[in-house]
Design a protein around this ligand. Sequence first.
Ligand SMILES: [Fe+2]
Ligand SMILES: [Fe+2]
Length: 460
Amino acid sequence: MESEIIQRLIESGELPTPDRIKALLQVQQQDAVSIPIKKTKIVDKDSSVEVLTKDTYIGKKYVVKDFVDYFRNRYTFYKNLISNRPEFSTATSIGRLQQGDKATIIAAVFDIKRLPTGTIKLVLEDLTGQITAIISSKKDQEVLDKVKQLVPDEVMAFKGAVGKGVFFVDDLFWPDIPVKQRNLTKDEVYVAFSGDIHIGSKSFLPKDLDKFVSWLQGKRGNPRQRRIAAKTKYVAILGDVVDGVGIFPSQEKELDINDIYKQYDVAAKCLAEIPSDKHILVIPGNHDALRICEPQPVLYKDMAAPLYDLPNVIMLPNPSTVKLHKQDDFPGVDILMYHGYSFDSFVDSVEALRLAGGYDAADKLWEFLLKRRHLAPTYGATLALPIEQDPLLITNVPDIAASGHIHKSKIGMYRGVRTISGSCWQDKTAFQLRMGHNPTPGLVPMVNLKTGHAWQLKFK
Ligand SMILES: [Fe+2]
Ligand SMILES: [Fe+2]
C-alpha cells in the first residue's frame, strides 16, 4: 500500500515525504468505510436545514467500466438537458452526419488544438463516434470568445456544416442554467459564509476569528449589526477547517500545531463559541484530514470527534446541497457548497479566466462552472471518483452557489444565482505568494435570505 502511495505522489509531482505518506496511509484506512451523513433534516421553530446530497460514496476499487459508465452517464445528462430545448431539439449524432448537411450535434470536447493560423481544430465525441471539427479564425468575435473558453471533456452543442470527414462549426452553446427566480424567505434571516479557518497554521488569525464569533454572540457591532447577528441562523463553513498535517512538502515549518487531532480539538473549541441557535454547516476541504478525491466524505468522526459533539454542527460531504429555511408555506433556499479545489486548474489553464481576474474573480469562476453545469468539467481538474451519478454535476440549479479555497472573498450573480466566494482566517502564506493568490482574510460574505441582498462584513 505504501509503495502505491509513493508511486502516486511521484506521478502527481509531489515529494513523497514520510509525513505525506503517513497522512495518506491514514486516510486510506479511514476510506475503507463510507461514513453516512448523520443529520439529514433539522427543523425548529426559527430555522430548518434539509440535506439534499446523498452519501453516494462507495468504498470500492474502481475499474475501467466505472469510468466508461461515468462518462456515458455524464454525456446522457447533457444530451437530455440540451435537446429538451426547442432550438436544439433536432440535434443529431455524429454517426448520422451526412456530407453537405447543416446539423447540430451534442458532443464532448475530446481534444483541442490551436493552429498557428488561429484556426481551432477539435476532436468531438458522442456515444456514436468521433469527428474532427474546425472553427475558422474568421468567425465572429462572439464565437471566437467562446472558443477561447473551451476546456477538454465539456459537453455542449455545436451547430455547423458537414464536410468530408470534418464538421465546420458555425457556433457553439453551453448547457448553461436557465434564469433563476430565487426563492426569498418571508422571515428576515441571514446566512454567514465562512471557512478556510486553517487551525494549526502559524498564519491562523485567532483574534480576527474571535471578533466574528463575538459578533455572532451579539457582543460586537452597532445595534443594526447586532440585530443581524441575532437573525443569522446559518453559518456555512466552506472547508479547510484545519491546516492539516503533511498536506504539502515541509508544511511542518508552517505549523503551530502539528497533531491533526489537536487541530480539530481547537477547531471545535472555536466553533463551540458560536451560539447554539445557529446551524453550522461544515464541508471538508483539501487541507482537512481525508482524501482530496471528490466527493470528499464528511470529516472522519474519530479525527474530528469534538466537532461531532457540538449539537448545532451538521457535517456534510464536499460538494453538498442543503435546503435552508423550508417551512409549511415556503419551499426553502437551496445552497450548493463546494470547497473549490478545481478552481486552481481552471485559473491555470483558461486564459479568459485569468484575463477576467483569475483568483480575484471568483464570480467569473462560478459563471464558468454554472454555464457548464459541472464543478470540474475537465476530468482531472480535481481528483474525482467515477461515481455513476456524477456528484460534481450541477443537476439542479441552486439559489446560492458558495465556495472557499481561494481565500478571496467575492460576491457575484449569474443568471439569478447568487455566487459567493468565502474569505479565510489565515494570513497570506509563502505558498500563496508563489501561487499568485491575493487573500483577503477576515471578511465574511452575508446573504439576507428575505431580500437576496449580499454584502461583506469585515473582522480585521
Ligand atoms: Fe484554504
Ligand atoms: Fe483549500
